[in-house]
Write a protein that binds this ligand. Sequence first.
Ligand code: C2E
Ligand code: CA
Ligand code: CA
Ligand code: CA
Length: 278
Amino acid sequence: KTQERGGFRFFSAELNRAAHERAMLETDLRAALGAGGGLQLHYQPQVASTDGLLQGVEALLRWNHPTLGAVPPLRLVALAEECGLIRQLGQWVLDRACREMAGWRRRGVRVPHVAVNLSASNFLDTALPEFIGQLLERHGLAPVDLTVEMTEGVMLNPDPLVLATVQAVHALGVQVSLDDFGTGYSSLSHLHRLPIRELKLDKSFVQDIEHDEMARALTVSVLRIGKSLGMTVVAEGVETEAQRHFVAGEGCPVMQGYLISRPVPADELEAWIEERSA
Ligand code: C2E
Ligand code: CA
Ligand code: CA
Ligand code: CA
């Protein structure tokens, strides 16, 4: 009996701590989205398989929390979804990426485009296309300077609202990229319904290329689908020479991964580009 009560006390103390941490995170996320504190974007280069030339960069969210340290982006996105901040978070990321892109343009740093990750619920926001249009104008960017990435999961059960928003974003001239391609289930049947320009071959396949026949077969299939539909394919998570060799040999036009560069802060990206063009 006492043990049970002790167990319960322990359990409720744990719950308490989790609830406390959750409340603190929510407060801190609100603050970070406002005045700006701790939220950052890192950028990972995407290069051509043939000549290594920079094709674009992907913006990846980073949150260095004052007491908890680095909060993983997927946790941050889930938190934002839970507390109704996902719209603000999406807008923050879009704004920061466009501002940094405009800065590179001013300083003559050649970044062909910046890709931003948006979550499924961002595409439920019918005001998203207008927000993006105004953002581009405010930062003096062309629509082709921006790509939005959405995960294949968005297409699992495509809401008509989502389809309409994606169409409207595309109508602005912004490119749409399908992330984590190959991990979803039913998206092949929906591919033709969306104005997708790019498929991102999920890194789970790329990472198994060396020792898994199935991963190699899937990689080849995704490349074939992309080619026949006139889409660019980006292999993500390329970590080894062997992986690079395989995807390049199979005609994958663009690659991204630690082998080329980790995601880095904006100033480091700038240095990386300068160093390579020197
Ligand atoms: P993702 O969009 O599939 O991004 C690729 C992830 O793979 C990133 O993890 C990146 O750092 C990591 N990565 C890149 N190259 C390599 C490699 O060679 N090897 C390995 N093992 N990993 C590599 P990260 O930054 O932790 O982001 C995780 C996920 O969080 C992203 O997956 C994306 O779904 C989500 N995310 C990140 N930033 C944002 C954002 O601004 N908004 C939204 N909604 N989601 C975001
Ligand atoms: Ca992505
Ligand atoms: Ca991905
Ligand atoms: Ca992913």
